[in-house]
Design a protein around this ligand. Structure first.
Ligand code: C5P
Length: 222
């Protein structure tokens, strides 16, 4: 039988990453952070001096990307060419690189197989933008997690403050709108809920409430 897959898609800073990790831990399933793949690709391309619109070179890089994900104690270490890049790729600037390479269809195609291998027993929680609409279209449970741009900016602001980074709320709202615009209006695999997705609007929900809601949906499908 095919492996159970639960997809969680949504815009930047919707809390997907945190929620997907917690759901995966509660279910005892594997986790795919597909954004990390795009981030590593953008980061590696930049370091190699590639132009971010050099399609053939990016496709080649996507196919051969020397990246490994190591799941340990509920965390995932991202190893690129032997170097732990888990923190570096979280930077805002790398997110920007990721979203630039992500608009190229051949690049997305080259990453398809690399994402599908994560579907291993007992199950997979896949987090991204097109997990339910493109990569795992037959997943029995698809979640689309969202929140208002202001609330997402506020969450991001708190995160950055905790890490000691400087940011202003106004700039973050602006950044989020720009990224939403690029992700939702791009021609290839635009961000949108799958037709059969359960949409969770989390502006007024806590992380635990969202996680429990998803686990209830999962239980109802077993
Ligand atoms: O989710 P995260 O912020 O790590 O993703 C970084 C960027 O990678 C997104 O803004 C999006 O452009 C791209 N991405 C994508 N498809 C995915 C995951 C991420 O296009 N499945």
């Amino acid at each position: 039988p095919s492996t159970a897959v639960l997809t969680i898609d949504g815009p930047v800073s919707s809390g997907k990453g945190t929620v997907a990790r917690l759901v995966a831990i509660r279910l005892g399933w594997h986790l795919l952070d597909s954004g990390a793949l795009y981030r590593v690709l953008g980061y590696h391309a930049k370091n190699q001096g590639l132009a971010l619109d050099d399609e053939p070179a990016l496709v080649e890089l996507a196919k051969t990307l020397p990246v490994r994900f190591i799941e340990q104690e509920g965390e995932t270490a991202v190893i690129l060419d032997g170097e732990d890049v888990s923190n570096i790729i979280r930077q805002e600037s790398v997110g920007e690189l990721a979203s630039q390479v992500a608009v190229l269809q051949p690049v997305r195609d080259a990453l398809l197989a690399r994402q599908r291998v994560f579907a291993e027993p007992p199950g997979l929680v896949a987090d991204g933008r097109d997990m339910g609409t493109v990569v795992f279209t037959s997943a029995p449970l698809k979640i689309y997690l969202t929140a208002s741009a202001e609330e997402r900016a506020r969450r991001r602001f708190e995160q950055l403050k905790e890490k000691g980074f400087d940011a202003t709320l106004a700039t973050l709202v602006e950044d989020i709108r720009t990224r939403d615009d690029r992700d939702m209006n791009r021609e290839v695999a635009p961000l949108r809920p799958a037709d059969d997705a359960v949409v969770i609007e989390s502006t007024t929900l806590t992380v635990d409430e969202v996680v429990n809601r998803i686990l209830e949906e999962a239980a109802a499908r077993q």
